[in-house]
Design a protein. Structure first.
Length: 530
């Protein structure tokens, strides 16, 4: 067990093992079965590259041996920032086999976020591409390592004269002890609701169950073809069932460089894709592009979540794209709810379905955390066999994030229908959901207040028909005028990811306050609407 990890209480762990949710699986073994029984089966396709199960399994073994040779050991944290390329898959499997712990960063993260992740996790290594979409990760890595004293190695998928190329780590396979199923398998990023993101520990036990249960729910098996259109570093594309769940089931994974229709529509047709995962804004984009591309995918199951789906858009999915919809609500912390394949179409479009597991425990509560009446709106609390019991190295924050009996306070406002389906109504947390990417209001305001021309600032969400929400900055300026372009340039030089930049700027003389002296964000939202 790593310091800072909060395990499930023993009575719950015993129950989850006894009832078959946790079966002692290790994520490093998810390629083993198919590599042995049908090694020539195609496992992974990425542009011109194609890997069978036997080839992918061997790549992971040889990389694990090479990493072990230079000192990577069980429990080491490794920040992994790779786009959807084959290296991301076999790097992860290699680390799982070693018992080292990937810390998943998004390709869009920049130096500010990466320095934080390396420092907070105590990472000993950092894995990057050389260049991706015109951005030089090698230059950023130079900056990061000067601020992260724990970093001993930087590994590159590509070429580098300074850092270690992944291809140079190739070594003959060795016998590895591997981790315990109850150990942390990897760390995901939270939505960053207070300051910078918290780290979410997922164990081999709990994530193996999630892979198995989501695959069973969506009938994913060795005949399935999964398209990874979203970044694999997101929980949705990683393991719901995503890339890992499809490989565990013996299916075929197709890696896309982007989710744009011009990139993925030909792949869906050519590869016979049967399942993919999208966030709501991308669904709208696909619907708009369907006629232009002549898109019609009757064999495709479209898994949609990440932001509220407008029912009007939901009703267009089948007639415009030809595919079937499954509607999801979930979080990297664990809980997943979804509509089932046999549900009525109205249920699929208007609700987020039912909990994935019979062992998921849900409560809907009022402000005093008393259970509300059935059908009423309240905050969702949850615990279960794949929902964390504490954020990593965040003891003080965990005191408020969880109830004394272990329920996660999700911050989501929901109601549950008479037939048990969940409907998400909104949030109570200080976070903006911009097309599925969560932006911490507190973090962004702190960066903006560092600008010499900004005296006060308040960030609020403004509704958007495509992304769901965009970011508006209300700024009380100092002695000089400031523009939105200047703000974006300032944030860029501070190493802030592009999706966190304000979409709109409103200059004001003062910020409205509540009777308690806090910023009245409701009044600011009214100004946007009016």
């Amino acid at each position: 067990m790593l310091d800072g990890f909060v395990p499930w209480p023993e009575k719950f762990a015993e129950r989850y093992r006894r009832d078959g949710y946790w079966r002692g699986e290790r994520l490093g073994n998810l390629l083993r079965h198919w590599a042995k029984v049908d090694g020539g089966r195609v496992a992974l396709v990425a542009r011109e590259q194609c890997f069978t199960y036997a080839e992918l399994d061997l790549r992971a073994d040889r990389l694990a041996a090479g990493l072990h040779r230079i000192g990577i050991r069980a429990g080491d944290r490794i920040v992994v920032q790779l786009p959807n390329i084959p290296e991301l898959v076999y790097v992860c499997v290699a680390l799982f086999r070693l018992g080292a712990v990937p810390v998943f960063a998004l390709p869009s993260h920049r130096s500010n976020e990466i320095k934080y992740l390396c420092q907070y996790s105590g990472a000993t290594a950092y894995v990057i591409p050389d260049v991706h979409q015109g951005f030089d990760y090698l230059q950023m890595a130079e900056e990061v390592r000067t601020h992260a004293p724990s970093l001993e190695h930087i590994f590159v998928a590509g070429r580098s004269d300074v850092f270690i190329a992944l291809s140079d780590l190739d070594a003959d396979p060795i016998v590895l002890a591997g981790p315990s199923p109850s150990d942390i398998a990897f760390l995901l990023l939270s939505g960053g609701t207070v300051g910078l993101p918290k780290l979410i520990p997922r164990t081999h036990d709990d994530y193996s169950y999630q892979l198995r249960a989501t695959a069973e729910c969506l009938q994913v098996d060795q005949h399935s073809v999964y398209l990874a259109a979203l970044p694999i570093a997101h929980n949705a594309a990683l393991g719901c069932p995503g890339v890992l769940g499809t490989l565990r089931a013996g299916g075929r994974v197709i890696l896309a460089s982007s989710p744009s229709p011009s990139d993925v529509f030909p792949l869906i047709e050519r590869e016979g894709v049967t399942l993919t995962t999208l966030i709501t804004p991308l669904v709208l984009l696909w619907i708009e592009a369907a006629n232009m591309f002549g898109a019609h995918f009757p064999a495709l199951l479209l898994q949609v979540g990440g932001a509220l789906l407008d029912p009007e858009a939901g009703w267009k999915i089948r007639p415009k794209l030809g595919c079937t919809l499954t509607h999801w609500f979930g979080m990297a912390e664990g809980l997943l709810c979804c509509t089932r394949l046999g549900d009525p179409e109205d249920v699929i479009i208007r609700t987020q379905g039912r909990p994935l597991s019979a062992a998921d425990e849900l409560r809907v509560v009022d402000e005093l955390e008393n259970d509300v009446q059935p059908g009423e709106i309240g905050q969702l609390l949850t615990r279960g066999p794949y929902t964390l019991r504490g954020y990593y190295k965040a003891a003080e924050y965990n005191m408020t994030a969880f109830t004394p009996d272990g329920y996660l306070r999700t911050g989501d406002l929901v109601r549950i229908t008479s037939d048990g389906n969940l409907i998400v109504e909104g949030r109570i947390k200080n976070v903006i959901n911009r097309g599925g990417e969560k932006i911490s209001i507190e973090e962004l305001e702190a960066h903006l207040l560092a600008h010499p021309s900004i005296r006060r600032v308040a960030i609020v969400a403004m509704p958007d028909p495509v992304l769901g929400e965009r970011t508006c900055a209300f700024v009380v300026p100092g002695t000089s005028v400031i523009t939105l372009d200047e703000i974006k340039g300032f944030l860029f030089h501070r190493g802030i990811a592009a999706y966190k930049m304000p979409d709109r700027l409103k200059i004001v003389d003062a910020l409205p306050e509540t009777g308690l002296g806090k910023i009245n964000r409701a009044a600011l939202r009214d100004r946007i609407l009016n």
